[in-house]
Design a protein around this ligand. Structure first.
Ligand SMILES: Cc1ncc(COP(=O)(O)O)c(C=O)c1O
Length: 435
C-alpha cells in the first residue's frame, strides 16, 4: 500500500454517506435485527443466497441479526480489510476473540498449532491453557529458528502463528521465509499485526494468509475501547489442507460447503456464518463506531509514535544507567534488518530496556514516572510503562519467564504522542530517582 493509499483509505474506505439520511459520519446502527422484505427474502438470506454478509449487501438491506453482521461494524471491517489488502474482515469483542474465532474454524481435537515463542502473554496462555482443553497442542519454537518451524509442522498442523513485532524482544521474523515453510506444508501463516498496524506493515504482501489485531491498541489508540479484528487475504487454498469446517459439507449450516459456494471468500463466510453466529464474540456497533473514528488518523499517529520511540531509544541507549535497549529501529537490534525490510514508515512505539541496577531499580522507575502511566496496556496516545517481572509476569515460574524472554530487569515502554522532550525528561527524572 502506498503512502497516499493508506492516508486516504484510513479515512474513506468502507464508508459512504448514509443512503437513508445523507449522514456523512458513519451512523451507529444500534439494533439487534433487521426487517426482511418478506418471507422469501428472509429465506434467501438465511440460505446465504442473497449475498448477505458483505459490506455492500449490509448497506442494501441484506442484514439478518447483529451477532452475525451489522452495517456499522461492517464499515469498520471493510476499512480494515482494505488497509490490510484482504478480502474480508470480522471485528470481534477483543483481540483474543479474533484469535479464538480463527482457531475455532481451523483447529480441532488432535491438531496442533506451531507458533513463534515471542508472544503476547495472553496469547501464550490461550495456546497452553485454553486451546489445549480442546485437544489442540501448541508447539512453541524460537521465533527466528526457521528449521525449528520446519521440524515442528506435521500433517496435523492447523496454522503457523507469529507476531510482526514479537514480545518482549520486539523481534521481526523473515515473513517470506516463514510463509514458504508454511505453504510447503499446505498450512496458512497467521500473523498478529497488532504492534505494527497496517500503517507500518501489510503481512499479506509478504505471504501471510490471515491477520489478527487487537484494535484495543494503536488502531484505536486512546485506550478507551477493547476490540479485535480477523482479516482474510483470500489467497490460501483451503482445499489443499485439512479444514473440514471450510471445505466439507457443513452440518452446522444446513450442509453448505463454504469452499464450493464462496471460493476465495470461503474463510470469511465460514468465520461469519459459523464462527460469529455460534461463538457470539462479535464487536458491538458502538465500539466499532468509536474505533472507526480513531482509525482515520492511524497513519499520522504511527509516524509520530515511531519518531518519538526512536528518539527515546537513542536517549536510553546513551544513558550510563541503562544496560541494554531493544528497539527495532536501532541498528544494534537483533532483527533490525528484517524490521527495515518489512516495516515501512517507522519501527513502532514499543521499547524494552533494562537498568544496570536490575529488578528493584526497574520497579522503582515505574513508580517514579509521572508523565508515563504505570499500567498494563500498550498502544495509547499516552506513554505507558510497566515492569513485567513484578506485575504481568509475576506468577510465571523462572523457567517460564526465561522462555518468554522477560528478564528481572526488563522495563516495557509504550511510547505515546506527547512532546518528545517531555517524555525523555520524565524518564530521565525517573531513572535518576531510582538508581
Ligand atoms: C500483541 C497483542 N496481541 C493481542 C492482544 C490481545 O488483545 P485484547 O486485549 O484486545 O484481547 C494483546 C493485548 O495486550 C497484544 O499486546
Amino acid at each position: 500500500m502506498t503512502d497516499d493509499d493508506i492516508y486516504t483509505d484510513s479515512i474513506h474506505a468502507g464508508q459512504q454517506p448514509d443512503p437513508a439520511t445523507g449522514s456523512r459520519a458513519p451512523p451507529i446502527y444500534q439494533t439487534t435485527s433487521f426487517v426482511f422484505d418478506d418471507d422469501e427474502h428472509a429465506a434467501e438470506l438465511f440460505a446465504l443466497e442473497a449475498e448477505p454478509m458483505t459490506y455492500a449487501a449490509a448497506y442494501t438491506g441484506k442484514n439478518i441479526y447483529s451477532r452475525i453482521m451489522n452495517p456499522t461494524t461492517m464499515m469498520l471491517e471493510n476499512r480494515l480489510a482494505t488497509l490490510e489488502g484482504g478480502i474480508g474482515c470480522m471485528t470481534t469483542a477483543s483481540g483474543m476473540a479474533s484469535l479464538d474465532l480463527a482457531t475455532f474454524l481451523l483447529a480441532e481435537n488432535g491438531d496442533n498449532i506451531v507458533t513463534a515463542s515471542a508472544l503476547y502473554g495472553g496469547t501464550y496462555t490461550y495456546f497452553t491453557h485454553t486451546a489445549s482443553r480442546r485437544g489442540i497442542e501448541a508447539r512453541f519454537v524460537d521465533t527466528l529458528d526457521y528449521e525449528a518451524y520446519e521440524e515442528a509442522i506435521d500433517e496435523d498442523t492447523a496454522y503457523v502463528h507469529v507476531e510482526t513485532i514479537g514480545n518482549p524482544a520486539l523481534v521481526t521474523p523473515d515473513f517470506e521465509r516463514l510463509a514458504d515453510i508454511a505453504h510447503d506444508h499446505d498450512v496458512p501463516l497467521f500473523v498478529d499485526n497488532t504492534f505494527a498496524t497496517p500503517a507500518l506493515c501489510n503481512p499479506f504482501e509478504h505471504g501471510a494468509d490471515l491477520i489478527w489485531h487487537s484494535t484495543t491498541k494503536w488502531i484505536h489508540g486512546s485506550g478507551s475501547t477493547i476490540g479485535g479484528a480477523l482479516i482474510d487475504s483470500g489467497q490460501f487454498d483451503w482445499a489443499a489442507g485439512d479444514y473440514p469446517e471450510i471445505t466439507e459439507d457443513n452440518p452446522a449450516y444446513h450442509g453448505i460447503n463454504f469452499h464450493e459456494n464462496f471460493g476465495e471468500a470461503a474463510f470469511t463466510f465460514a468465520a461469519r456464518a459459523r464462527g460469529l453466529r455460534d461463538l457470539g464474540n462479535q464487536q458491538s456497533p458502538f465500539d466499532g463506531w468509536v474505533t472507526m473514528q480513531k482509525l482515520e488518523t492511524l497513519p499520522l499517529r504511527m509516524a509520530r509514535h515511531s519518531e518519538n520511540a526512536m528518539a527515546v531509544a537513542e536517549y536510553l541507549d546513551d544513558h550510563p544507567e541503562v544496560s541494554w535497549v531493544n528497539y527495532p529501529g536501532l541498528e544494534s537490534h537483533e532483527t533490525h534488518d528484517n524490521a527495515s525490510e518489512y516495516l515501512d514508515g517507522g519501527y513502532g512505539g514499543m521499547i524494552t530496556f533494562g537498568l544496570e541496577e536490575g529488578y528493584d531499580a526497574g520497579r522503582q522507575m515505574c513508580r517514579e514516572a509521572e508523565l508515563a502511566s504505570l499500567l498494563a496496556n500498550v498502544g495509547d496516545a499516552k506513554t505507558l510503562i510497566i515492569h513485567p517481572a513484578s506485575t504481568t509476569h509475576q506468577q510465571l515460574t523462572d523457567e517460564e519467564k526465561q522462555a518468554s524472554g522477560v528478564t528481572d530487569d526488563l522495563v516495557r515502554l509504550s511510547v505515546g504522542l506527547e512532546g518528545t522532550q517531555d517524555i525523555i525528561d520524565d524518564l530521565d527524572q525517573a531513572i535518576d530517582a531510582s538508581t
